[in-house]
Design a protein around this ligand. Structure first.
Ligand code: ADP
Ligand code: MG
Length: 245
């Protein structure tokens, strides 16, 4: 590894029409690092995640994964994108496929994995997130918390270099939030590189190496969780924390 980080954004800008949603973003994420991104609604957190795996184009700047620039399209993009896992607020499982099929699909199609091996690995991962007994069911038959754990297993099945989580617990009933956070805390302990957009400050405190605070498309402030939560330096971070804590 070089100093540049596993994921490195340099001078990234993004507009939606007149709206400047990412303003000169510089962010380097080290291998094994857990970065929690927080900030008010509309500050560009989702756009940042989507830009990292090119679900969203950028206007200027570069995004590198493991030292390789992410192209805006083409075959190299598909390969590199497979190294970036994504877990969304709304689970996004394939409704007409079983839980097991949801997890084996990527490895079979993208990684060309042997079907037996893909299935075996999928079952191990479903075991790890605590939903192995649901393998033959369909997503709608599972609770939200279970579906989100399947989504995490599905991301892991691709052996990603990094996983991006965009408010993974925001759509869950309160009693299911913890079971998903526990899986994420476990991943963090195992040195998975993670970018996590969340309002769960308990998770940030216990699992994050770094908190990045965004407002109005800018990274306003970043620090280790202890420092950030006890002594935020910017007025905007102080206001934000005052509202949510
Ligand atoms: P956050 O995730 O922090 O709430 P987003 O990244 O979703 O913020 O959005 C940042 C800003 O960009 C918001 O003002 C939002 O309305 C706008 N935006 C997001 N996606 C689009 C889009 N596809 N087209 C136009 N505006 C968008
Ligand atoms: Mg968002």
């Amino acid at each position: 590894m070089t100093q540049t980080g596993l994921v490195a954004l340099t001078g990234v800008n993004k507009h939606f029409g007149e709206l400047h949603v990412l303003k000169d973003i510089n962010l380097s994420i080290a291998k094994g690092e857990v970065v929690v991104v927080i900030g008010p609604s509309g500050s560009g957190k989702s756009t940042l995640c989507r830009a990292i795996n090119r679900l969203e184009t950028i206007d200027s700047g570069t995004i590198e994964l493991d030292g390789q620039p992410l192209p805006s399209e083409g075959k190299t993009l598909a390969t590199l994108r497979a190294d970036v896992g994504m877990v969304f607020q709304s689970f996004n499982l394939f409704a007409h496929k079983t839980i097991l099929q949801n997890v084996t699909l990527g490895p079979l199609k993208v990684r060309k994995m042997d079907p037996k091996k893909a299935e075996q690995r999928a079952m191990e991962l479903l075991e790890r997130v605590g939903v192995a007994s649901q393998a033959s069911k369909y997503p709608a038959q599972l609770s939200g918390g279970q579906q989100q754990r399947v989504a995490i297993a599905r991301a892991l099945a691709m052996d990603p270099k990094v996983i991006l989580f965009d408010e993974p617990t925001s759509a869950l009933d309160p009693e299911m939030i913890q079971e998903v956070l526990e899986v994420m805390i476990d991943l963090a302990k195992q040195q998975m590189t993670m970018v996590v957009v969340t309002h769960e400050m308990g998770f940030a405190r216990s699992a994050a190496n770094r908190v990045v605070f965004m407002a109005d498309g800018e990274i306003v402030e970043q620090a280790d969780p202890e420092t950030f939560f006890t002594s935020p330096t910017s007025r905007r971070a102080q206001d934000f924390l005052g509202k949510i804590l």
